[in-house]
Ligand binder design. Structure first.
Ligand code: ADP
Ligand code: ZN
Ligand code: ZN
Length: 765
């Protein structure tokens, strides 16, 4: 075949991970570098021709070489750099390779996921002309006054203020036009350079700069231990500290050390737009340092600006949610990585690449050769196992709250018993105990948080006739639908599927037997209704707020709500897990969990662990002021260890019980799991694909791996596609990885639209 571009000669070859590329080329596709792109480096983004039609596609260069084993005449040329000037540092490319391997995701897609869309699209970037003094002015030359004024204005600037932007110089020299400056440039008496910056209006503010005078002995001990590892390469630490025990204070002191040593600290928090207080506190305590914040609540230009700040080495601290682990810190600069609330489910990405932010953070710390701290009041059992049973992590414990603070009293109440105590036939979501406590807290001036992990009004719409048994389900998914009230609609409400978000009208009668349908079950709207009935002094929107994704539109409305709560205007906040995380308001004296069982009954081996975490975390939101806190937990299962032990603040005991069950059942952390979900619009085809996959995997498996399935997923149909799952359980990570790798190279596993591969899955639905 003749050369595609006979007139060009290649300066070398680049392996490009094409974003839209398939999974077959883990090392990227080979392209030739044209002479005009001689300065291309790995990590840069380029446009390349792809496929038969040579359509233009974006990708990232992962390596560059002089030679190639391929036929040079058949190699296509890179078309050019893409619109962004983004360049990934080498350790991120290394990290992408690891993620692509470990989580079975195509390399191009993985690299693309590392860059925020705003960076790729170069949003907010502007190019400025910067000017400085050029050649010295020859003595014999007499300049016109305006040109002279320009040179004098420049010369009078201190060196750190130069070069200066064109418009600023014009103003400084009192000019109306650019022409004197242009003359000077022509005569080389001025130098010019183009500088590209990202501009964004920025509103981040400190919420708190309180610094305790002294640390507790335990805090100091832990800090000393971790400081002694700071320059010693990779090490991993688990900081288990009850809520309010001063973990954040430890992070802050360590970050101070890291900055003093001229390095950058990277701190991950769960979905930070939901935990704005941590950001405000870091900014407050590091007022003289540059804190870069990376999260989904920023505008595109802000995100790009923060990314560029990090890439230019300008950030001392980087704070962000899961994807901040891909912050482009220049090589060798990371001194410490912190993963706060390491147990949190939001660290796991639920789309490909399905990585776990905590585990990627560990890998990044290894590549950076720095310590990593995982912190939590309720460590994941994986991390606890690594810290206690196999000694992979150093364990540090803070088992008391910070000086002056006490852990709240947690009372577990039996929902069934409470319901009977009301002596009427109405449905009460607030039992007498919780109702009484709300009344007393309002009277004595305290604030209240109420948690119910389910939005809407009622999560069952059904026929009241038990022999009929009709329950309303989604037309597109095998799940029940949720009734939402709405004042906007003439019908008073609508029915929504919480999985595909399809909305329908509420049917007036049962389609099978024409009975009038009833709605029952729990939802935040219904609790809100009951509260306004029982406590008329609370006015929705003024002294009471409901916080869920129906009432909150974006990070801003949530931040505003928190601000009003912080000021004390709002007395009671009712919400989904949005209010269970990280909030620190000293006025909160009562926390109520409407129903602790929402997570307990899910078909997931982590159901008990989740329930323990939820109850402990939400109870931890109270008693952070000078008054003691009370948490009331309503449940139909008062005896289960997850609830009983969370109430007793007995994490270690819970971990021991739960781990022994996991060991008996050979579940993670005592094994490693991968879950492969196949999806198809046709049920029979879906089952056939699942069978073929399971058989293929069984033919490759050895004694250390067990294949389960195919079986329908707990949600067997989602958005009109049937779902079958195949699970791999392996005795350890390397056994799992070797099976996945052979299945992948044999073409059995093809991650894509019809097959989702989830390594170390955290949800099993
Ligand atoms: P955690 O991160 O474990 O929830 P924090 O670091 O937020 O705990 O500490 C809880 C509260 O106690 C904060 O208001 C913090 O300023 C305060 N605090 C932390 N350490 C001390 C200390 N040594 N002395 C006094 N107050 C402290
Ligand atoms: Zn649906
Ligand atoms: Zn019926």
């Amino acid at each position: 075949m003749p050369s595609l571009f006979p007139s060009q000669t290649a300066l070398g070859y680049a392996k490009v991970a094409v974003e839209r590329g398939v999974d077959r080329y883990p090392d990227g596709l080979t392209y030739a570098i044209p002479p005009e792109l001689a300065d291309l480096r790995s990590g840069e983004r380029v446009m390349v021709p792809l496929g038969r039609g040579d359509t233009t596609a974006g990708g990232c260069i992962i390596s560059i070489s002089r030679e190639t084993d391929l036929d040079p005449d058949r190699i296509k040329f890179i078309r050019g750099r893409d619109a962004s000037s983004a360049k990934l540092p080498g350790d991120l490319i290394e990290l992408a390779r690891w993620i692509s391997n470990y989580y079975c995701a195509p390399i191009g897609m993985t690299l693309a996921a590392m860059l925020p869309a705003a960076v790729k699209r170069n949003i907010g970037a502007v190019t400025k002309t910067m000017l400085d003094l050029g050649n010295p002015l020859p003595l014999e030359v007499k300049l016109p006054p305006k040109q002279r004024a320009v040179l004098e204005a420049l010369a009078s600037l201190p060196p750190e203020k130069r070069p200066i932007e064109l418009s600023a110089l014009r103003e400084l020299a009192g000019l109306k036009t650019n022409s004197p400056i242009r003359r000077l440039l022509d005569r080389k008496l001025l130098d010019q350079q183009q500088r590209s910056t990202v501009e964004a209006t920025w509103a981040q503010h400190a919420t708190d700069d309180f610094r305790p005078d002294s640390l507790t002995a335990k805090q100091q001990q832990i800090i000393d231990k971790i400081i002694s590892t700071l320059d010693k390469g990779f090490s991993s630490h688990l900081l288990y500290g009850v809520t309010g025990s001063g973990k954040t204070e430890i992070y802050i002191r360590l970050i101070e050390r890291v900055i003093q040593a001229g390095k950058t600290a990277l701190m991950l928090v769960p979905e930070i737009s939901l935990t704005p207080q941590t950001g405000g506190r870091l900014i407050g305590r590091f007022a003289d340092h540059r804190v870069a914040i990376l999260h989904s609540g920023l505008t595109s230009a802000q995100r790009h600006q923060q990314w560029a700040l990090v890439a230019n080495g300008g950030a001392h601290i980087i704070l962000g949610a899961r994807s901040a682990i891909f912050a482009p810190v220049p090589g060798g600069k990371i001194g410490l990585i912190i993963v706060d609330e390491e147990h949190d489910g939001s660290y796991k990405q639920d789309q490909a690449p399905r990585y776990h932010g905590r585990d990627v953070a560990i890998r990044r710390a290894q590549l950076a050769g720095c310590p990593i701290i995982l912190g939590s009041a309720t460590p994941s059992l994986e991390s606890w196992h690594n810290a206690t049973e196999n000694g992979k992590y150093a364990l540090h414990i803070l088992d008391e709250r910070a000086p002056g603070l006490r852990l709240p009293t947690v009372k577990v109440v039996d929902f069934a018993e409470q319901a009977r105590a009301h002596h009427d036939r109405k449905v009460h979501l607030l039992g007498p105990m919780l109702e009484g406590a709300i009344g007393r807290t309002l009277e004595t001036g305290g604030q209240i948080l109420l948690l119910l992990n389910r939005r809407g009004y009622a999560n069952y719409i059904a026929c009241p006739d038990q022999t009929c048994g009709w329950v309303m389900t989604c037309d597109h998914c095998d799940v029940t639908t949720v009734y939402h009230k709405s004042k906007r609609l003439a019908t008073g409400g609508f029915v929504q599927c919480h999985h595909c978000l399809t909305e329908q009208r509420l049917p007036s009668q049962c389609p099978d037997c024409a009975n009038k349908v009833t709605t029952f079950g729990l939802g935040t709207q219904r609790v809100e209704e009951e509260i306004t009935n029982k406590f008329p002094e609370l006015v929705t929107g003024q002294t009471m707020l409901r916080i869920d994704s129906d009432t909150m539109h974006g990070a801003k409305s949530f931040h505003d709500a928190l601000e009003r709560f912080g000021r004390g205007d709002i007395r009671l906040m009712l919400g989904t897990q949005m209010i269970a995380k990280g909030l620190d308001f000293p006025g909160v004296r009562l926390v109520g969990v409407i129903n602790a069982d929402t997570a307990l009954n899910l078909p997931d081996f982590r159901a008990a662990e989740r329930t323990f975490q939820l109850v402990s975390q939400v109870a931890g939101r109270c008693g952070r002021g000078d008054q003691p806190g009370l948490a009331i937990v309503q449940t139909f299962n008062p005896g289960v260890p997850a609830i009983r032990l969370a109430a007793a603040h007995a994490y270690t005991e819970f971990a021991e019980i739960e781990l022994s069950e996991r060991r008996q059942c050979n579940l993670p952390p005592y094994s490693r799991m991968a879950r492969i979900v196949v999806r198809d619009a046709e049920l029979m085809k879906c089952i056939a694909i699942g069978k073929r996959l399971a058989e293929g995997l069984r033919s490759l498996a050895d004694d250390s791996q067990r294949i389960r399935g195919p079986a329908p997923c707990p949600i067997a149909r989602l958005s009109d596609r049937h779902r079958q799952q195949v699970e791999i359980l392996a005795t350890n990570a390397s056994s799992l990885q070797s099976l996945l790798a052979s299945a992948r190279s044999a073409g059995m596993i093809q991650p894509g639209a019809s097959m989702a591969v989830d390594v170390d899955p955290t949800t099993m639905l």
